[in-house]
Design a protein around this ligand. Structure first.
Ligand code: HEM
Length: 247
C-alpha cells in the first residue's frame, strides 16, 4: 500500500515536511532580499522623488511585509528541523562535521534575522512613514536619508551572509564527505576564524568600523556587484576553512 511505503505522518514524514517548508520560506525571504538588492535599490535610484515615494508606499511596503514574515517562518521551520535531528539527543552533534557546518549556518542566518527586524525593518518604517507623509503634502523627515542608508548597509551585508549561509545549510547533508571525526584543536581554530570574520562583517554593516559613508571598508556595499563578489569570496573562504578543519 502507498500509505505504508511512504508514511508522511511518521516522525520522518514530519521531518521531511519541516525541511520542505523551510526551503519554501527560505527562498521567499532570500528571493525578496535579492529583489531589494539587485532590482529595487538600483531602480529607485533612477526614479524621481514623487514616483519613488509612491513606489515605497505601495510596492516596497508590501514586499517588506512578505520579507520579514518569511524570515520568521524560515527561522521557526529551521528550528523544527533541528528538533527532528536524531543526533541532537547528544549535544555531541555540534562537535561532528555536520554539526559544525549547520552551527555556523545558523549563526549567519540568525544574524541575518536580527538585521531584518532590528535594522532593516526598524529603519524602513521611518522611510515608509516619510514617503507617505510627503505624498500627503507634509514636510520631508530629515532622518529618513540616514535611516535608508542604515537599512541599505544591513541589507547588503545580509546578501553577503546569504551565500556562505547557504553553503552550510545545504552542505550539512550534502557535502561530499563521510562525516569524519574532527579533533578539538581543529574545531577551536575553525570557530575562531568563523567568529572573527563574522563579527568584523557585522560590525562593519552597523557602521561601527567604516561609518555610514561609501568607500573604505564600506566599498563592499557600494554597488551590488561588489556585494556579490564579496559574498562569493566569503562562501569560497568558508568552504576552504571547513575543509581544512576536517582534514
Ligand atoms: C536561523 C535560521 C535557520 C535555522 C535554525 C536553520 C536550520 C536548518 C537546519 C537544521 C537544516 C538541516 C540541515 C541538515 O541536517 O541537513 C537546514 C537546512 C536547510 N536550510 Fe536552514 N536554517 C535557517 C535559515 C535558513 C535560511 C535563511 C535559508 C535560506 C534559503 C535556509 C535554507 C536551507 C536549505 C536550502 C537547507 C537544506 C535542506 C536540505 O538539504 O534538505 N535556512 N536549515
Amino acid at each position: 500500500m502507498v500509505g505504508a511505503a511512504l508514511d508522511i505522518f511518521s516522525k520522518g514524514g514530519f521531518a521531511f515536511l519541516s525541511r520542505w517548508s523551510h526551503v519554501v520560506f527560505g527562498i521567499t525571504w532570500i528571493g525578496l532580499l535579492y529583489y531589494f538588492n539587485f532590482v529595487q535599490v538600483p531602480a529607485f535610484a533612477e526614479m524621481e522623488g514623487a514616483a519613488r515615494n509612491n513606489a515605497i508606499d505601495k510596492l516596497a511596503s508590501r514586499a517588506l511585509w512578505w520579507f520579514r514574515w518569511a524570515a520568521v517562518a524560515t527561522v521557526l521551520s529551521g528550528l523544527l528541523i533541528l528538533g527532528f535531528q536524531e543526533q541532537l539527543n547528544k549535544m555531541e552533534y555540534f562537535k561532528s562535521a555536520p554539526g559544525m557546518a549547520i552551527a555556523v549556518g545558523i549563526l549567519l542566518a540568525l544574524t541575518m534575522f536580527v538585521n531584518v527586524w532590528g535594522i532593516i525593518w526598524r529603519n524602513q518604517k521611518v522611510v515608509i512613514a516619510n514617503a507617505r507623509n510627503v505624498q500627503a503634502g507634509g514636510e520631508a523627515d530629515p532622518a529618513a536619508a540616514d535611516a535608508g542608508r542604515r537599512a541599505l548597509l544591513a541589507s547588503r551585508q545580509n546578501t553577503i551572509f546569504s551565500l556562505p549561509m547557504l553553503v552550510f545549510m545545504i552542505g550539512t547533508s550534502h557535502f561530499p564527505y563521510d562525516a569524519p571525526n574532527v579533533s578539538g584543536g581543529h574545531r577551536a581554530t575553525y570557530w575562531l576564524i568563523m567568529l572573527v570574520v563574522w563579527i568584523l562583517f557585522e560590525l562593519n554593516a552597523l557602521g561601527v568600523i567604516g561609518g555610514l559613508k561609501p568607500g573604505g571598508t564600506n566599498i563592499i556595499y557600494d554597488t551590488h556587484k561588489n556585494t556579490l563578489i564579496t559574498g562569493f569570496v566569503y562562501a569560497a573562504f568558508v568552504i576552504v576553512v571547513y575543509a581544512v578543519a576536517l582534514a
